[in-house]
Design a protein around this ligand. Sequence first.
Ligand code: FAD
Ligand code: MLT
Ligand code: ZN
Length: 478
Amino acid sequence: MPDTLLPAPLLATLQELLGPSGILTEASDTQSYCTDWRMLYQGKCAAVLRPATTEACAKAVALCVQYGVPMVPQGGNTSMVGGATPDTSGKAVVISTTRMNRIISIDHADLTMTVEAGVTLKAAQDAALKEGLMLPLSISSEGSADIGGVLATNAGGNNTVRYGNARELALGLEAVLPDGSVLNVMRKLRKDNTGYALRQLLIGSEGTLGIITTAVIQLQPQPRSRETALCAVPNTQAALDLFATFRKQDPAAIQAFEYMSGTSMALVNSLIENCALPLSEPAPAYVLVELASPRADDSLRALMEETLGTAFENGLVSDAVLAESETQRQTLWMIREEHAEAQKRAGASVKNDVSVPLATIPDFIERATLACETLIPDIRVAPFGHIGDGNIHFNLVQPEGADPAAFLAQDHAMMDTVAGIVRELGGSFSAEHGVGQLKTYMMPSWRGGAELDSMRKIKAALDPKNLMNPGKIFPDVD
Ligand code: FAD
Ligand code: MLT
Ligand code: ZN
């Protein structure tokens, strides 16, 4: 007998619908789908459903609704907020999109890619690259994260500063709604003011309003010149001033502008192989700046050298290394992209994925650091992130040698302390990772009145039985 809480008739119908590789019921097979990347949550599920087509997905959803079975959509399972992890009841099914993994077409006239939800972001980027184009969404988890997942979370990442979040890149969408009907808004239009933009409801809805199955994503020409530099800076204000300097010179050339605190960089240097600091000595903070252009001339090199030269003279930069080859560029990016992994290896950590108005970032980091160090002496405050977007990952790593569970037991105290300062500065406690189940408790104090009311009404209209990813974003619907 399979190990599942699904009613026997439902199980039999799903098996017939999805085929042998389309449904997993043994705990040994489903376990990895029930744990998140950060290992914060260990849920259980009645089964993992793996439909290979939109049609099969829609039928599976309709069957789950008929039997009142909760559903948890899942892509690459890289959520930082437990968004794709089922609860511990074992009643829900995980609906994994990984078998819907076809790149359907690339359109050179419209500069778009039509792609199924289960294609990894990296596979989609590579397919665009092969055609001389670029999918301009870049996140450290791109090897595992799927197109459906990045749209469902409205992912941001390293290139948002130039191209926007996932939301800005999606022109069209197909999704299975919580009643099993298929919403098909697979258009390639940049202008389409015909009623509500329903695709935007699904984007960023974290699997609570339906399952994204296919999308039309905007592409860009592949850059033909790039300049990348890792800079040591004396403090956060200098990082921000450097950003303003580049922006003044040529805002359209800034492809990425990433901030790393000295503490976070030191964790990468010591805990990740081949990630030694490529500068003469450690600094209080660092910036990784990348300029890119579709032109093939050497004007970006001049822009980078002149801007950094002036920044040295003004004391904004104390040291810098410029990538002289693609290999060196990738090494610099690896140092940035391994921050999440280094913090994972350093023990338990509490993540505060926040955004604040740009000018307030130095004040935010200073005040939040002091507050957290007062709360937990010896805590390792290790912020980094997408400073050009005002998005700081104000991450807190347990004191060395401390008990991870005891540290995590204080997670709300830490998150509330940081969020309190974010609120005073007019920021957001949930910048790019979403609310998931981790931050659900914060919603009522951050969103109220007509805003929260409208969100609840939309949820209730599309999912009256609250079966689509329950317990995520909203505290339990009352
Ligand atoms: P999952 O983790 O599987 O799911 C995430 C949420 O989306 C869940 O709520 C799930 O129910 C829902 N969902 C998944 N697929 C679908 C679908 N097809 N339809 C409807 N709902 C769906 N995020 C950033 O924004 N910027 C970063 O720089 C960034 N860096 C990261 C680095 C690392 C090392 C890791 C582990 C994560 C990072 N993330 C980042 C967080 C994460 O949100 C992204 O990796 C990605 O957007 C999630 O994609 P996924 O396919 O793994 O989604
Ligand atoms: C990143 O930008 O690397 C991730 O979004 C941040 C994190 O690990 O908190
Ligand atoms: Zn990030």
